[in-house]
Write a protein that binds this ligand. Structure first.
Ligand code: GLY
Length: 370
């Protein structure tokens, strides 16, 4: 069964379709959007080896011709050289204004291809076929596209909404457990930021989802996408509420920078630790009960996830350096660090009013516990 989440942005409405087997139906799903039976696909080497053949067969079964560019896998692809290569390849393929470009892959491919589509001929349409849990619940929805700069992640980009998102739950079966759980860090974030009932559901069902239960996976993805769509609808360009989606991210960005954006800490793992710390900070500031951070940490540990700084292997810099790294986050406004804190599970809010000494103490204690 295909679940549909509508993203009714005026003039740029689109659907996120969620279900097992969507990749094999991609031709049928995409055909109505085409002006001519031809698409260009961009993927990465790992994903292409697993899923490109299935996608191209599904397209040709509907008489849709396709060409494909396969980029190296990994975060280092999300930079100018591969971006330039992609844009020039799309031009060589004679992609026209009314054509569709397909992004087949995880967050790196989705962000890079979305940005290429945003600037190619001043904007062509694109379809996201996210193949990682993280991309299905976060990066493929909402229109943030872009690449990294030497100065930081995602600093070059554009808002460009996709025309359609096909989230095939079945392809999640090819993910390594660690990658699935890293994506789960973003799923749990939705419960924590705005839906306590969803967090309750996750406490009861997320283990089944991690173990491969398709119905549990479909519900977890659908509820996450619904929440993201609601927030994007209220605040597409992040003037306010969209920042809620960054729960845990101010901490996370500092930890990712401190670990060199390496395998030591995957983005979703950093988000999970960051969420636990945001709740700990909220509790210390008297905003939520002491039980809330314990509950968050207990759930992450039940899932076999990283929950504390002590779960990151290897050396970390001192607390002041981590705090300084937080200050380099692009969400800093007028030099003020913005945090997403919570009044309870499912009740997050955005604030700049956080005493830095409290953050420093929390970091010092977490580092001392390592
Ligand atoms: N990943 C955060 C956002 O889309 O706003």
């Amino acid at each position: 069964m295909t679940e549909i989440v509508e993203v009714p942005l005026e003039g740029r409405e689109y659907q996120v379709r969620i279900g097992a087997g969507l990749l094999a139906r991609a031709g049928v799903e995409i055909a109505p959007f085409l002006h001519r039976p031809r698409v260009a696909i961009v993927s990465d080497e790992n994903v292409a080896a697993l899923h490109l053949g299935a996608l191209q067969s599904a397209l040709s079964a509907e008489g849709i011709e396709s060409t494909a560019l396969t980029l190296p896998a990994g975060e280092s692809t999300k930079q100018w050289p591969e971006f330039t290569r992609t844009v020039e390849w799309l031009l060589e393929q004679k992609v026209e204004r009314r054509d569709i470009v397909i992004a087949l892959g995880g967050g790196v491919i989705g962000d890079l291809v979305g940005f290429a589509a945003a600037v190619l001929r001043r904007g062509v349409r694109f379809v996201q076929i996210p193949t990682s849990l993280l991309a299905q619940v976060d990066s493929s929805v909402g229109g943030k596209t872009g690449i990294n700069a030497p100065q930081g992640k995602n600093l070059i980009g554009a808002f460009h909404q996709p025309t359609l998102v096909l989230a095939d739950i079945g392809v999640l079966g090819t993910l390594k457990k660690r990658d699935f759980l890293a994506g789960y860090g973003e799923v749990v974030k939705y419960g924590l930021l705005g839906d306590a009932t969803f967090f309750d559901w996750l406490e009861d069902n997320a283990t089944a989802a991690a173990e491969g239960d398709l119905a549990a996976r479909a519900y977890a993805v659908k509820r996450s996408v619904e929440m993201k769509a609601e927030i994007v609808l209220r605040d597409e360009t992040e003037q306010g509420d969209r920042a809620l989606l960054n729960l845990g991210h101010t901490f996370c960005h500092a930890f990712e920078a401190a670990t060199g954006y390496s395998d030591r800490l995957l983005h979703g793992e950093g988000v999970a630790i960051g969420c636990a710390m945001a709740f700990e900070l909220s509790s210390r500031l008297g905003l939520c009960s002491q039980e809330d951070p314990s509950r968050v940490r207990a759930h992450l540990k039940d899932m076999g996830m990283k929950a504390d700084l002590s779960d990151i292997e290897g050396d970390l810099p001192d607390a002041q350096t981590l705090l300084d790294l937080m200050g380099q986050d692009k969400k800093v406004v007028d030099g003020q660090l913005r945090f997403i804190l919570a009044r309870g599970i499912g009740e997050a809010f955005v604030t700049s009013d956080v005493p830095q000494d409290k953050v420093l103490t929390l970091l010092q204690e977490q580092l001392a516990a390592r």
